[in-house]
Design a protein around this ligand. Sequence first.
Ligand code: ZN
Length: 126
Amino acid sequence: MGYLLEKQPLRYCLECGEPIAYGGRPDRKFCSCGCRNSYHNKNYREERIIKHRINAALNKNHDVLSRLLRMGVTSMSLPDLAQMGFVPEYITSFSRKGGRTECRCYDIKYYLTPTRIFSLGRNIIL
Ligand SMILES: [Zn+2]
């Protein structure tokens, strides 16, 4: 075994650049848990921020649409929606139906035109 260990190329920690001690998995990339965590935190920070912003925008849109449904509103202009914090670019899906664009934000659906939304309603997806 000693011979095999000597033949392994020396590996260096992706975070701190220090040599990685032999032992453990042969494909280790970090010298310690701290270095592994630090590396991943840095590299996925931007991704986490983007995902957080998208989720926050989707939640805000869903809150606005839910509020409208509770008030019995099924149609509204995009400028009025924008004043409520609604951002039409954030949807969970859309489809073209009979020349119309049907958008969904989670369980709420509506048709979108360049100036307004209409036929707002719940669409239970299981
Ligand atoms: Zn390290």
